[in-house]
Design a protein around this ligand. Structure first.
Ligand SMILES: Cc1cc2nc3c(=O)[nH]c(=O)nc-3n(C[C@H](O)[C@H](O)[C@H](O)COP(=O)(O)OP(=O)(O)OC[C@H]3O[C@@H](n4cnc5c(N)ncnc54)[C@H](O)[C@@H]3O)c2cc1C
Ligand SMILES: Cc1cc2nc3c(=O)[nH]c(=O)nc-3n(C[C@H](O)[C@H](O)[C@H](O)COP(=O)(O)O)c2cc1C
Length: 619
């Protein structure tokens, strides 16, 4: 084995260059044994040198790259444990040849309302169909990534696990599930999995490490970021290339970045507050591509912390422990704990302490939807105020979840703005139940003045939401509201690289006069012909509501002809309604001008997804 190269102080570099290079190498070799180069990460194909190693499929379903990053780290670890891993997106199930058998780990997030992420949707349709093959020769283990704030926690992983079993596949280890703070939970699940595999590897013996088949205990609220080496997504395969990130900064060690500019994009008369932020990445070693997202680590607002301290009848200066770190209570409530979204555990405690409250009957399983409605516009504070006597701090503190970073699609191309990253964020502000409320991260950003302020950030590489490999390929982008964000990045990237492919953007919002985001930049691109088509839908400028999907239908014949020429189709923005309506419009367009039956249109959309020509960044 080769010694790890490092940059000695005598090398002809400035201290900054040396630090950057050492950071790069540390990131690159994060999982290597000390003093040795790591075995290279395998993407897609097994290692020819590992002919005797047992094959292990690591399949991932991932919308924003978390499960994908974890799958790649698991593959590295598997390789070090003597397996020959192969990493594939679940939609590449045909390449995985699951009916032929072998061992497969499935790591998947959940999106929508208990749905698989886009790059697992075709897999699920295949697996769940009556025509699905028997999978008796397959041995599998499923790990779900999710968020306990959603009612169907880790729903996709549950579906995969149950259906694989129904098709005759054998469980290698119980299904695991991780909340947003997934590192420690994933680590625990993996440790027990390696135990099962060590006992059963190559012998077809299942669960012989004594781990019973069935549900694994939920690995949630780990309370502390395990900061696993390599947890910064050091490798991400993009358009067939492995992408090393040259930095030690990542989700578990975010970079304190300088906010350069904070610009309100809406004009007078708007009901919205969408802001454009320019953030310096200088000195971070962080790199990104158009299509990636930026993770922002927010802090809770001071007024809310003061209110909570008053409700809990506590002093901010008293000392508390979060995870294993001692700090003041004020620091814990400001920077470490989620003091807005009520966690399930708090709901249960509050319902018990206030059995006559409106809340108590809503906790019955069949009242889930009513509970959701009741919770809309209520926060932790409202829950604590239901209690007949103030909750003791010792009881309250363990109930709070860790304050999670928020993701924002990146609105800049790194080639157009070297050393900077731009995001475009709608500030969440509303009044409910007699109080003014604020979204934690969006107003944390909105209320920064720029230049002096530091914001902790990390890059979340996206899976699949990327420009086509060839600049000649036409692209159609549908991005109303803040859905425009990644398309500004795409267009900047294509302009800088001189891509010749045609560009078509559908944008919409409430009112043209006040809500036409990036009007000047888009107008200039349209004028120069770089943006071949710009179709706009302002819903409140006329009596009837007009949305982007209506504009798509109006131009159905041309849209079909672009698709027929090989265009990639992208959607970004609201998942709950817009993305569904746009999907329905796409089916109509393929069916009508495309001259296909409804069944054919469905198959055509499935094929577009499988070919990665229909990509979505919806939330
Ligand atoms: C991959 C990805 C990319 C994203 N990109 C962008 C982007 O480019 N731009 C962007 O602006 N956002 C984007 N988002 C959304 C973003 O991550 C945050 O969810 C959003 O900014 C809100 O976060 P917050 O902390 O401000 O609000 P939170 O503190 O999380 O509060 C939001 C919650 O407040 C409640 N709420 C909101 N409005 C109301 C109301 N009127 N009445 C009652 N209750 C209400 C709801 O429960 C809602 O879930 C993206 C999300 C993902 C996953
Ligand atoms: C719009 C949206 C919907 C989500 N829906 C669910 C859900 O229904 N159940 C769940 O457990 N998690 C849900 N999540 C949480 C994600 O599964 C979780 O953040 C996961 O770590 C993302 O992993 P990925 O980056 O690999 O896609 C949702 C997240 C978003 C932003």
């Amino acid at each position: 084995m080769t010694q790890i190269p490092f940059i000695p102080e005598t090398a002809p570099f400035t201290p900054e260059q040396r630090a950057w290079l050492n950071g790069f190498l540390a990131g690159l070799f994060a999982n290597a044994a000390p003093g040795q180069l790591p075995v290279p990460l395998l993407d897609g194909a097994p290692d020819a040198n590992a002919a005797n190693a047992e094959p292990l499929l690591v399949l991932f379903g991932s919308q924003t790259g978390t499960a994908e990053g974890l799958a790649k780290r698991v593959a590295k670890e598997a390789q070090q444990r003597g397996f020959a891993p192969r990493v594939l997106a679940l939609n590449d199930y045909e390449q995985a040849s699951l009916p032929d058998g072998g061992k497969a780990l499935i790591i998947s997030s959940t999106w929508g309302e208990g749905d698989p992420p886009d790059n697992a949707a075709n897999f699920w349709s295949w697996l769940n169909a009556d025509s699905a093959p028997r999978l008796e020769k397959l041995q599998f283990a499923v790990l779900g990534l999710g968020d306990k704030n959603y009612s169907d926690f880790c729903g996709a992983s549950k579906k995969f696990d149950a259906r694989l079993e129904a098709l005759g596949a054998k469980r290698l280890a119980p299904r695991g599930e991780c909340d947003v703070d997934y590192e420690a939970g994933a680590k625990g699940w993996l440790e027990s999995l390696w135990g099962c595999l060590a006992n059963g590897a190559g012998q077809g013996t299942l669960g012989s490490a004594g781990v019973p088949a069935g549900e694994a205990p939920a690995a949630h609220n780990a309370g502390k970021d395990a900061g696993t080496p390599g947890s910064n997504g050091q490798h991400t395969k993009v358009n067939g290339h492995s992408r090393p990130s040259a930095t030690a900064f990542g989700r578990s060690n975010p970079f304190p970045a300088r906010l350069l500019r904070n610009i309100l994009l809406n004009r007078a008369g708007s009901d919205k507050e969408v802001r454009h932020y320019e953030i310096s990445l200088n000195g971070s070693g962080l790199s990104y591509e158009a299509g990636d997202a930026l993770g922002v680590v927010p802090a809770n607002c001071h007024e809310l912390v003061d209110e909570l301290l008053a409700t809990l009848r506590c002093q901010g200066e008293q000392s508390v422990t979060v995870g294993e770190t001692a700090m003041t209570l004020r620091e814990a409530l400001t920077r470490h704990l989620d003091i807005t979204k009520p966690p399930q555990e708090l709901l249960e405690v509050a319902a018990k302490a206030a059995p006559d409250s409106e809340l108590a009957p809503l906790l019955a399983a069949e009242r889930r939807e009513d509970l959701k409605k009741w919770l809309w516009g209520r926060d932790v504070h409202d829950l604590l105020n239901l209690l007949p006597v103030p909750m003791a701090l010792e009881q309250a503190l363990p109930l709070f979840r860790k304050l999670a970073p928020r993701l924002y699609s990146i609105s800049s191309s790194p080639k157009a703005h070297p050393g900077e990253v731009h995001v475009t964020v709608g500030a969440v502000r509303y009044r409910s139940h007699g109080r003014e409320r604020k979204g934690v991260a969006s107003t944390f950003l909105a209320d920064r003045v720029g230049n002096a302020d530091l914001v902790k950030v990390f890059v979340q590489p996206s899976h699949g939401f990327k420009l086509p490999a060839s600049g000649d390929t036409p692209i159609i982008m549908v991005g109303p509201g803040t859905g425009i964000v990644p398309f500004r990045a795409f267009l900047e990237e294509r302009q800088v690289t001189g891509a010749k492919g045609k560009n078509w953007l559908f944008f919409g919002d409430q009112k043209r006069a006040s809500d036409f985001l990036y009007e000047e930049q888009l107008g200039a691109w349209q004028k120069s012909g770089f943006l071949a088509r710009l179709d706009l839908a302002f819903s409140r400028d006329q009596a009837e509501k007009i949305y982007v999907q209506h504009r798509m239908i109006e131009h159905a014949a041309e849209l079909w002809s672009w698709l027929d020429q090989g265009a990639h189709f992208y959607v970004c923005g609201d998942a709950s309604r817009m993305a569904k309506d746009v999907d329905a419009a796409l089916h109509t367009i393929i069916e009508k001008p495309g001259g296909k039956t409804a069944e054919d249109a469905k198959a055509c959309v499935t094929k577009l997804k499988a070919d990665k020509r229909y990509q979505r960044d919806v939330y």
